[in-house]
Design a protein. Structure first.
Lengths: 115, 114
């Protein structure tokens, strides 16, 4: 089976602080994909990143960075110098080839950035 | 950039009524999905559809739900007899292949059953 755990229900930070959102996954697939989505108050799901299980290189995109560690089954997301506009719910998700190609989502982390 | 279009954005319906939620996936995508998000909760998989048939469905997707691709562009979710607990945001998504191309989500339909 596949499972995604986001242990942090809610995080509050002050603007310009760095914040890391944790994601731990379980899967028996050897080939799988990991995702992060942002859900702003307007409700849509905004795609942020996709990684496949063979690519453990960390990625940076502007203020966003992702740390994929297969050894600990984690795919953490860091926002550097957070801004109020980063306030949203962030979901980590997993899909695999063998156990169905559906996306399995974590419970989400509510990020509140205060000015 | 290609996008998945969902209509309507909001729907209010009376308990027991049938509703049809509509989606236009990205044209060259082969896999289609419906997900549900009850307010304040996680996004849950309902059903996936490939080659004109259901490829996988969750426990939530019981006999009151059905999906259809009535023509070459639309992908619909029908709820036959709505219940209060069907109130949720329903997201349609499509993907090129099995995850490798990523999943593109529509902006959702907020269904309220009264």
């Amino acid at each position: 089976a596949q499972k995604v755990t986001q242990a942090q229900t809610e995080i509050s930070v002050v603007e310009k602080e760095d914040v890391t959102l944790d994601c731990v996954y379980e899967t028996r697939d050897t080939t799988y994909y990991l995702f992060w989505y942002k859900q702003p108050p307007s409700g849509e799901l905004v795609f942020l990143i996709r990684r496949n299980s063979f690519d453990e290189q960390n990625e940076i995109s502007g203020r966003y960075s992702w740390n994929f560690q297969k050894s600990t089954s984690s795919f953490n997301f860091t926002i550097t110098a957070s801004q109020v506009v980063d306030s949203a719910v962030y979901f980590c998700a997993l899909s695999g080839l063998v156990y169905g190609n559906k996306l399995v989502f974590g419970a989400g982390t509510i990020l509140r950035v205060k000015s | 950039e290609p996008e998945v279009t969902q209509t309507p954005s909001h729907q209010v319906t009376q308990m027991g009524q049938e509703v049809i939620l509509r989606c236009v996936p990205i044209s060259n995508h082969l896999y289609f999905y419906w997900y549900r998000q009850i307010l304040g909760q996680k996004v849950e998989f309902l059903v996936s559809f490939y080659n004109n048939e259901i490829s996988e469905k969750s426990e939530i997707f019981d006999d009151q739900f059905s999906v259809e691709r009535p023509d070459g562009s639309n992908f619909t979710l029908k709820i036959r007899s709505t219940k209060l607990e069907d109130s949720a945001m329903y997201f349609c998504a499509s993907s090129e292949g099995q995850g490798r191309g990523g999943y593109t989500f529509g902006s959702g339909t907020r269904l309220t059953v009264v």
